[in-house]
Design a protein around this ligand. Structure first.
Ligand code: ATP
Length: 248
């Protein structure tokens, strides 16, 4: 569903992402993790068509993001950690607008249950300025889900959410994956990644340090067997800092 082949992105001379390849299938949830500056945001920006890669290819649901950008983006939803909302559109108007943009014919029928799922029904006439940070985050999620994307990409999806909303958002993400959506979530919350993700991609200085299911990552590195993701993450990124080679 999401195919990345030899992706590279340079900012001037700085290689923010280098030679990154991975494949994510329908129903899989990938946790994108890495230290500050590892290249996660740059990778997400390339995957969502916000940034043009320096080289490499990206396919979303079989569509080349560079040569078939409309079809690729039609299959995609990106939920940024700082959602950009329209100050003069209320919650329901945001969703109706997205429905028209993506040509969702049954948007009027889809919007009420989506608002109920996100617990925004009571606020459907509220403007962004009247919403809390968590409510804005939930609206952004609703805007991303309305057209039933086949690939869902989320940047720090739980920022600003209260405990009940965290639980509901996690359920929403898992339910979408169970329905066949490929999900990528970038987060520093390793407990979230450990709980939800079927696959993990560890980036360090723009390079892929590890990719696979948690079992595959540990199978390549017997010394990490039985350790939690936090310890595995720290061991992988520390090794790289010290310049030791780690198999991909
Ligand atoms: P964090 O966890 O801190 O958000 P990240 O993994 O998302 O970090 P990126 O934001 O992708 O990392 O940054 C990767 C590298 O690219 C860093 O060295 C950063 O300084 C650099 N970088 C990011 N954006 C730009 C830009 N617009 N111009 C120049 N360099 C940039």
């Amino acid at each position: 569903m999401i195919d990345v082949e030899r992706l590279a992105k340079l900012y001037g001379e700085l290689p923010a992402v280098r030679d990154l390849s991975f494949h994510l299938g329908a129903g899989q949830i990938l946790g994108l993790v890495g230290p500050n500056g590892a290249g996660k945001t740059t990778t997400l920006s390339c995957l969502t068509g916000v940034l043009r890669p320096t080289s490499g290819t990206i396919h979303i649901a079989g569509h080349d993001l560079l040569t078939q950008p409309v079809a690729a983006k039609q299959a995609l939803a990106f939920i940024p950690d700082e959602p950009a909302l329209f100050p003069y559109l209320n919650i329901e108007e945001h969703l109706r607008f997205i429905g028209r943009l993506y040509g969702v014919a049954d948007a009027p029928e889809r919007i009420p249950p989506l608002l109920a799922e996100l617990e925004l029904a009571e606020k459907h006439r509220a403007l962004p300025g009247e919403l809390s940070r968590g409510m804005k985050q939930k609206l952004a999620l609703g805007m991303g889900l309305l057209h039933d994307p086949r690939a869902l990409i989320l940047d720090e999806p739980l920022t600003g959410l209260d405990p009940a909303s965290i639980r509901r958002t996690k359920r929403t993400i898992v339910a979408r994956a169970e329905a066949g959506t490929a999900v990528i979530l970038s987060s520093h919350l390793l407990s979230l990644v450990e709980e939800l993700c079927t696959h993990i991609l560890v980036l360090q200085k723009g390079r892929r340090v590890a990719f696979g299911t948690p079992a595959e990552i540990v199978a390549d590195r017997p010394q990490l067997a039985g350790r939690g993701l936090e310890e595995v993450f720290l061991a992988l990124t520390a090794q790289e800092e010290e310049g030791e080679s780690t198999p991909p």
